[in-house]
Design a protein around this ligand. Sequence first.
Ligand SMILES: [Zn+2]
Length: 476
Amino acid sequence: MTETFPAPEAMPIDLDVEAALDASREARAEALLEFARIPSVSALPEHAGDMRTAAEWVANRLRGLGATDVEVVDTELHPIVYGRIHEADGAPTAVVYCHYDVQPVDPVELWETAPWDPFLRDGRFVGRGVADDKGQLVMHLSALEAMRAAGRRPPVNLTFVFEGEEEYGSESLYRWIDANRDRLAADLAVISDTGFFEGNIPAITVGLRGIMYAQIDVELSPVDLHSGMYGGTVQNPANALATILAALKGPDGRVRIPGFYDDVEPLTQEDRDGLAALPFDDEAYREAIPVSALVGETGFTVLENKGSRPTLDVNGMWSGFQGEGAKTIIPAHAHAKVSTRLVAHQDPAKVFDALQRFVAEVAPPGVTVTTTYLHGGDPSHTHTDHPVTQAAARAIRAVYGVDPVYIREGGSIPVTAAFTSQLGLPVVLLGFAQPACNAHAPNEWLDLDNFERGTRVIVRLWDELAAIPGEGQPPT
Ligand SMILES: [Zn+2]
């Protein structure tokens, strides 16, 4: 378990803000329930009107909090809500990101009550979006509201970006970020769309893997050939594909593509110690999947391989006869989908080039082999000792009384890479959902205590960021 830290050395909790939060308990809970009643499902066209209603709901709240330049920005799909509270001259500026869209609710029959009729019972909010990500968005609004009620201005400048396509690929957001760099000038980004570790251990996510996805096509002839007539004289594309795929990875779990590891930032001893200290049970993880044995890159622990090391996996392959019984052919062609999960500072385009070169090199003669890039996403990593990560850690410690753990996720939140690579901002992934919260599933829930404490962590984070010496360059 995590240790309890000695009394935090940091600033005292703001008593006026605390009183305001106490007084607004019911109103804040009701705000989340009201927001969660709007069925803002980005993936389903019949909810387009609800998407706009949700965006307007957020925009109105921002206006009520004294935000300026509040705008419901039209995109090709769903609106982005933008707004600013820049009242702290010379203090750092943070871009605050959450999303107001949610996943579809099917299968509806597995919900305890109607998914669009959220409720608060036994210390839990239940309803679509309460954890992912409406609850976290409301926490950000509530933190500001409490500061206002206490007569305080936020001590840092805040630029809000609340999007409506997170569950649908974020395409509009990337284009909008590119076209609006000046409106997003900042010192850091705070993304609240993640969660805690194993049960309810406060966590800061410091790393997310990127991805490079490709397809390998091996062609022999326009049609399948008779294996009795031609077998032994022509190259078999399925055999050739197997040769290529087998060359990509060694029995030690290492990817054999030359240059693949060149840009991988090695884990520091501190990183490794931190991961080793996490309450993670390899055997329980294996049983929960379940699989007969765990494998991985030699020299690394399961948790290291799970989020901190790059991978290469065949995601699918097809060739030749796949029906019942036997058919004696040499297939005309063979194909594979191959993807790599990338870590900082690997570049998807560079990794693809290396793969393409290597495939051409190891491909047997007699077939035409083509490697095609399908899509890619950058990895992201904010160091544990970065001042913004440490400010978030102090905020958590002040409210929860324990130090957060630092985790790396094996998957990606593409918008994180957009903030780091498009805008060059350090990112704090500060989320308050629990791993078991049923995000994307029936009966999604959010713990009321984390809703309350998370709001206080956010208030505290703004104070901690304002107190970082030497940070606050005014936005340009
Ligand atoms: Zn989310």
